[in-house]
Design a protein around this ligand. Structure first.
Ligand SMILES: [Zn+2]
Length: 62
């Protein structure tokens, strides 16, 4: 089984893996609207780790 992609929520600043219901598991924001693909964020923020910690808050300049 392939691992789910990491997303970062711009509403609560937390990292999470893509969920079945398409929402952030921490604040309920829609991934399609408030979620940023981690790989995309890392291109502009190379200081970020390759894989984030689940549920950890990251301060990211989008
Ligand atoms: Zn959230």
């Amino acid at each position: 089984m392939q691992e789910r992609e990491w997303y970062w929520c711009q509403e609560c600043d937390k990292a999470y893996r893509q969920t079945d219901d398409g929402k952030c598991p921490y604040c309920g924001a829609e991934t399609a609207i408030d979620g940023w693909r981690w790989v995309k964020l890392r291109r502009a923020n190379p200081q970020l780790p390759e894989s984030p910690e689940e549920g950890k808050e990251y301060w990211i300049n989008t």
